[in-house]
Design a protein around this ligand. Structure first.
Ligand code: HEM
Length: 360
């Protein structure tokens, strides 16, 4: 019989030899191929099962990062996603180690907190990506979307870590009132009842209370406020703007209306600081927004040093922004593995929306 071991002699018939030869060649090719692929990725080392799993997790995260890029481009929603990431992490309290980047902003309880109007739309925008990549925690997705939004808008690359674990229930939602207010009277933003008003608090004192509570410093306050180079305030969200619409926002891009801090508010650059300083030279554009907390970055002498620095050098701004944003994105995060992991290689590959067409 062809291709069968002879029961008497143990010899293999010629047909079997041929087939075995083909099988073993194919097997060798596959094994060789795998080793080569591992070589390319891992410098010659074979992956342990744990490493292999981590490796595929990274691929998944990279794909989700790409999906965030596409979403931002399609929906022109960079500002809203940056605000989402900031509001999830920005309620961290260093003393009680509560709040922070744990995805708790998805719970109704936290969405109802002061300052979170409009945030449900941001979470809804990310839902298709969460559905497609359910392995990615909400906490990671919110921070990833923010970093991708800054990247797409022409801003700096933030050296992000991933692996944040989610808050499992709204029992992890911290007290209301930890996010900053835009106008007086300001609330204390610290302690058991952060909503308690502090009638005599200045805007500078208020933002210091908020950011110092998180363990951040003056330079972080000024750099992170520069995120207002993106986006707008809306009458029907925060209401923190004197005009419902301006010449800079009446036609969009994207959602129309609102009041922006800069003329090209889908572009991440240092014009926020330049606009802040223009006021003193009598060149103020009344159709651009300045919250009391923005103005404090010019009137407070210690903040002002950084405001001038960032207005004069976009490079200095980007460098500091990337550092401060990374810190903000990790506040209160419980990473698994505890060091977190990076998905390096993803950023900077996608085409950016450096120059959105603002000319109508
Ligand atoms: C310093 C204290 C801050 C105050 C008082 C403040 C206040 C506000 C207010 C009132 C709005 C308008 C919201 C609306 O009407 O939809 C807003 C929008 C925004 N904020 Fe802040 N913010 C602060 C810090 C930050 C930080 C640290 C970031 C990010 C790192 C940030 C990012 C944004 C962005 C991107 C928008 C635009 C959102 C959009 O266009 O939908 N803000 N902020």
């Amino acid at each position: 019989m062809m291709g069968k071991i002879s029961e008497q002699t143990g010899n293999i018939t010629p047909g079997l030899v041929t087939r075995c030869g083909i099988y073993s060649s194919v097997l060798l090719l596959i094994v060789f191929g795998i080793i080569q692929a591992e070589d390319l990725h891992l410098g010659g080392y074979m992956e342990s099962p744990e490493l292999r799993e981590r490796h595929s997790t990274k691929e998944l995260y990279r794909a989700a990062y790409g999906a965030c890029h596409q979403l931002v481009k399609a929906k022109k929603c960079a500002p809203l996603l940056v605000r989402l990431g900031w509001h999830d992490s920005g309620n961290y309290d260093g003393e009680t180690k509560s709040g922070g980047a744990n995805g708790s902003i998805r719970f109704e309880k936290e969405l109802g907190h002061n300052g979170n109007a409009g945030i449900p739309s941001a979470i809804a925008l990310l839902k298709p990506i969460k559905d497609r990549y359910p392995e990615i925690s909400y906490a990671d997705l919110f921070q990833m979307a923010s970093a991708a939004a800054i990247d797409v808008s022409g801003g700096p690359k933030v050296d992000m870590l991933y692996g944040r674990q989610d808050a499992q229930s709204d029992s992890e939602v911290p007290p209301n009132g930890r996010l900053p207010g835009a106008a007086a009277p300001f609330h204390k933003a610290v302690g058991a009842d952060p909503t308690e008003l502090a009638e005599t608090m200045t805007p500078a004192e208020h933002i210091r209370a908020v950011f110092y509570r998180m363990g951040l410093e003056d330079v972080d306050i000024v750099a992170l406020s520069g995120a207002h180079t993106l986006g707008r305030a809306f009458k029907d969200r925060s209401g923190a703007c004197p005009m419902a619409s301006t010449k800079h926002t009446v036609d969009g891009p994207g959602t129309k209306g609102g009041m922006s801090w800069t003329t090209e508010w889908l572009k991440f650059d240092n014009t926020y600081y330049q606009e802040l300083l223009k006021g003193e030279k009598g060149a103020l554009d009344p159709e651009l927004l300045k919250l009391a907390t923005d103005t404090a970055l010019v009137t407070d002498s210690e903040f002002r040093v950084y405001t001038e620095k960032f207005a004069n050098s976009q490079e200095d701004f980007f460098q500091q922004y990337a550092v401060s944003h990374k810190k903000l994105s990790e506040l209160g995060a419980r990473f698994d593995p505890h060091t977190g992991f990076s998905i390096e290689g993803t950023q900077g590959v996608a085409e950016r929306v450096v120059s959105t067409n603002y000319k109508k």
